[in-house]
Every structure is written in C-alpha cells, then in structure tokens.
Design a protein around this ligand. Structure first.
Ligand code: GDP
Ligand code: MG
Length: 464
C-alpha cells in the first residue's frame, strides 16, 4: 500500500507541470502495487487506461485555466499538488466503481422465505460463513434456518450442526451419504412450510479438479430455486480468484460474493477480481473464525485499506457513534481535514477507541497504526499498550500535547529530559515514550497526506 503513496509523491514537481513520462511512470508504479495486492493483471491494465484518460483530460482542463507566464511558485506548488490529488482521486474512484457493479445485492423480504444458496470451493469458508450469516440475520430478528446439502465430505453435517446448535438455529441434514439434491429440496420445503424467512443452504465444495462439483450445484440450484446465490471465496487465493469466480458464475446465477480470511496475510485485491468476474457485489467480508467476524462490505473503506490509506471512513463512522462529545469530534474532523494532528488529537482518538471495542476491529481501521498495536483474536496486549499511551499523554504538558514542542530531535538534551519526565510521570520507560512519539509521527504523516489529498474533506462532509 505504502508504495502507492510513495509513487504519487513523485508527481510533486517544482514546475507544477506533469509530463506524460512522469504520469506513465507513476501509473506503472500504481499498477505494480495493485498487482502485488492481488488485483488481477487484466483489471489493473483496464484501470490504468481509465485513470490515464481521466487524468489527462483533467490536466488539459487545468492547463486551459492557467496562464503559465504569470504563475508564481506558490501557484505552481498548488498545481502540482492538484495533479497528485487528481491521480489519487482517479485511482480511488476507479477502484471503488469496480467494486460497485450495476447489480444490486439481494434484499431480504420480511414475512417471506428467502432461500439463500451458498457455493464455493472446498475450504473457501462456506460453512463458517453460513454460521456467521445466520447469526447476523437472527440477531436482527429474522427467522433463520440452515440446510446442509453437503453430503460429499464426511463431517460436513456435524460441522453445520454444531454451529447451528451453538447459535440455536434450526437445521436440516443427514449423516448418510444421501442425495444432496433431495436433501436440499426436503430441507428447504420444510422450512418454507414452517414460515422461516432466511433459509440458508450449504453445499459441498470439493476441489477444483474433482468433477461433478458444478453439475451438483446446478442441480441443487434448480431444486431449491434460490432467491440469491452467494459465492464464497478465500482471499488468500489471490490471483486465481478471477478464474474461479468466472467458473462458478458461468454455472449458476451468482448474485453476491463473500470474501473470507481477510484477517490473515491476504492483501484483498482478489476481491476486485471476484466482483469483475461475477458482476455481483460483495456483501460481507469474513475476518476470522468466530461467529461475529463478519463485516458488511463498504467499497470505499475497502479501497482505502487496499491502498494503505487506512479505513478512515469506517473509523470515522465508528467514532461518530461512540464519542460522548459530538462537538469535539467535529472539531477534530475539521482539523484533520486540514492535515493537522497533535498529540492531544491522538489522545482523544485513543480515548474514543478505548470506549468503542472490540479493539482489534477498530485499531485495524486506524491509518498508520502499526501492526503490533492491532491485536489478533483474543489478544489483549494492545489494550494495555493503549492505556499506557494514554498515561504517558496524561503526563505531558499542554505545550507538548498541542504540538508546540518539537520532539523530532531525540538527541537534543532538553527533549531527552522531557521524555524522561513523561516516562517517570506515567510509570513507563523512556523507550516506550519514544514509541508513542513514533506512533504519533506516523499518524501525523498519514493525516497530513490525507488532508492534502482531499480524502478527509470528502469524509468530513459525508458525516454531516
Ligand atoms: P467450506 O469447505 O467452504 O465449508 O469451508 P469451512 O467453512 O469449513 O472453512 C474452512 C476453514 O477456513 C476453517 O478452518 C475455517 O475456520 C476457516 N475460515 C473460514 N472463514 C474464515 C475467515 O474469515 N478467517 C479465518 N481466519 N479463517 C476462516
Ligand atoms: Mg463446508
């Protein structure tokens, strides 16, 4: 992600002019970064052409409005920054629109049976996602049930049954290697008769090489006549997602996509391939093995994360709901949109974050947040770290909190003495204070860049 930001910085030239060569070079960098994030090569090439056309048009318009001979340095600087902004915005817009296909997600209808068929390769995460999905709808008051039409894999029914029992969701299935088409049909019929609203059908995955997978899926689909077919895909499969998605989508009428295992090392670019191949929207992301690890999809947040910009929008939405003092929040947004971010701002952010929980979800959204502060699973260390950070900031003076002290020179004796004072006051080690200052620097740089790119401004408006 960071590579993209670095390449965009190349566009800041003294003259305020961007040559075609420069633009091409930056677009190549962007393309490489996207391919490394598992976006399919074909998509990247299309994206690149679209962005290029758009930006060239915008630059032309910009040139028409300006008379070069009279430009002063400030004006040139302004134009250079505009061009960089344009490229970034064009990339973000293109990616976002790729993730928002014309086909809208299926909407559940109350008081009616909504039959939802899950398909995908073995191990993609269907059965796990079905449990999360059932949990999601049941919690929101939908009468939910599950049918296990995976008779291929021994233990498949047990897995679904265990999940269903934990969630207290009725289920239907069989231990014997019965006909999956018949089981699907019987189960769905029974739950329709009992007036269930969300009827979820699990299918067998098998491996790609095994024959019969697509045929069986087609037969089940014909038998239960689903209101929506959800294709589940494993993000760690990276570049191969495009072909996979295409194969499924050619066999059944895929209407939505769920991408799983985004909590691991997957970079997520494969999600774009899945959407492009199926022309269907992503509805949820899987971010863990627990029932709650299911996140409704938001294209803008996803793109921000993909580009390493942090999920600012998601964060702001979460903050918006959580902050006790709405006014301060708006003030903070206003400051951030100008690229300002003091230690005091970080203090108030961390405080909000502490009140929001579950911490791992929130911390993952904070731009520039170092990995070690984002806990995985049940890890509570980062909570402790965050508290320590708050104690340290409690031991700071107003001048320090408000950015009136330059901490960047660590070797400076007065700065070292300040750091020792803060450490002593908060019962921490000077090294930990330095870490806090480093985290703040990272944040500040990120907010600064986002402020300049206009992204924060856009989000600030969206909040009003
Ligand atoms: P199926 O064969 O498609 O039904 O896949 P399963 O639901 O049985 O999942 C296969 C494996 O992936 C299991 O070990 C799951 O716990 C794991 N899994 C599923 N979704 C996620 C996810 O979002 N994150 C992580 N880390 N693991 C997942
Ligand atoms: Mg399964």
């Amino acid at each position: 992600g960071g590579k993209l930001r670095d390449s965009l910085r190349k566009l800041h030239t003294r003259s305020g002019r961007v040559t075609t060569t420069q633009l091409n070079s930056v677009l190549s960098d962007v393309a490489r970064a996207l391919i490394e994030s598992d976006v399919s090569v074909k998509l990247v090439m299309t994206l690149r052409d679209n962005v290029k056309q758009k930006v060239e048009r915008l630059i032309e318009e910009d040139d028409d409005d300006n008379d070069d001979d009279n430009d002063n340095d400030a004006k040139k600087e302004q134009r250079a920054s505009n061009v960089s902004k344009m490229v970034q915005k064009a990339v973000v817009d293109e990616l976002t629109s790729l993730l928002e296909p014309a086909r809208k997600p299926h909407t559940m209808k109350r008081g009616k049976p909504n039959v939802i068929l899950f398909v995908g390769l073995q191990g993609a995460g269907k059965t796990t996602t079905i449990a999360k999905y059932a949990n999601y709808y049941q919690k929101r008051g939908w009468k939910t049930a599950m049918v296990c039409a995976d008779t291929f894999r021994a233990g498949a029914f047990d897995q679904l049954k265990q999940n269903a029992t934990k969630l207290r969701v009725p289920f239907y299935g069989s231990y014997t290697q019965a006909d999956p088409v018949a089981i699907a049909e019987e189960g769905v019929d029974q739950f329709i008769k009992e007036h269930y609203e969300v009827i979820i059908v699990d299918t067998s995955g098998r491996h790609r090489q095994e024959a019969g997978l697509l045929e069986e899926m087609q037969e089940i689909s014909a038998a239960v006549d689903p209101d929506n077919v959800i294709l589940v895909m494993d993000a760690t499969q990276g570049q191969s997602l495009y072909d996979q998605a295409l194969a499924f989508s050619n066999a059944v009428d895929v209407g939505s996509v769920v991408i799983t295992k985004l909590d691991g090392h997957a970079k997520g670019g494969g999600a774009l391939s899945a959407v492009a191949a199926t022309e269907s929207p992503i509805v949820f992301l899987g971010s863990g093995e627990h029932f709650d690890d299911l996140e409704p999809f938001n294209a803008q947040s996803f793109v921000s994360k993909l580009l390493g910009l942090g999920d600012v929008r998601g964060l702001m939405e979460a903050m918006n709901g959580a902050g006790p003092d709405g006014k301060t929040h708006e003030e903070l947004m206003e400051k951030m949109s100008k690229g300002e971010f003091t230690l005091r701002d970080m203090y108030s952010q961390f405080q909000r974050v502490m009140n929001m929980g579950p911490l791992n979800k929130v911390m993952g959204m904070v731009p520039g947040m170092p990995e070690y502060l984002v806990p995985k699973g049940g890890d509570d260390n980062s909570n402790t770290r965050l508290k320590k950070f708050l104690y340290m900031m409690d031991s700071m003076t107003d001048k320090e909190l408000d950015g009136k002290v330059d901490f960047s020179d660590h070797d400076d004796a007065p700065i070292q003495s300040r750091i020792r004072r803060i450490a002593a006051g908060s019962g921490t080690h000077p090294k930990e204070v330095q870490m806090l200052l480093q985290v703040h620097k990272q944040f500040e740089g990120m907010v600064n860049k986002m402020g300049k790119s206009g992204m924060m401004g856009k989000q600030a408006q969206a909040q009003q």
